[in-house]
Design a protein. Structure first.
Length: 77
């Protein structure tokens, strides 16, 4: 399963809903573009991630993959 977790540049990084944090914690893989503003919050929360500019085809992980596109962008799917 692929979850696209869209964020907004108008909201401080790290201020995510409980379901968003649960999705990140339980994901088999978290894919994030380099320089994403949420990276420090992921590090602080101990959530592992892979830097990727786009979603690989196929994502390459069993289970749930969470993709964090740049804040405010329409993710390329």
């Amino acid at each position: 399963m692929l979850i696209v977790l869209a964020t907004s540049p108008r909201v401080a990084p790290g201020l995510l809903s409980w379901p968003a944090w649960e999705a990140l914690r339980s994901a088999s893989a978290v894919l994030v573009p380099a320089g994403h503003p949420l990276l420090p919050a992921l590090d602080e929360a101990g959530i592992g991630y892979q830097v990727a500019e786009r979603i690989p085809q196929p994502p390459g992980a069993d289970g749930t993959v969470v993709w964090l596109p740049e804040p405010g962008e329409d993710p390329p799917l």
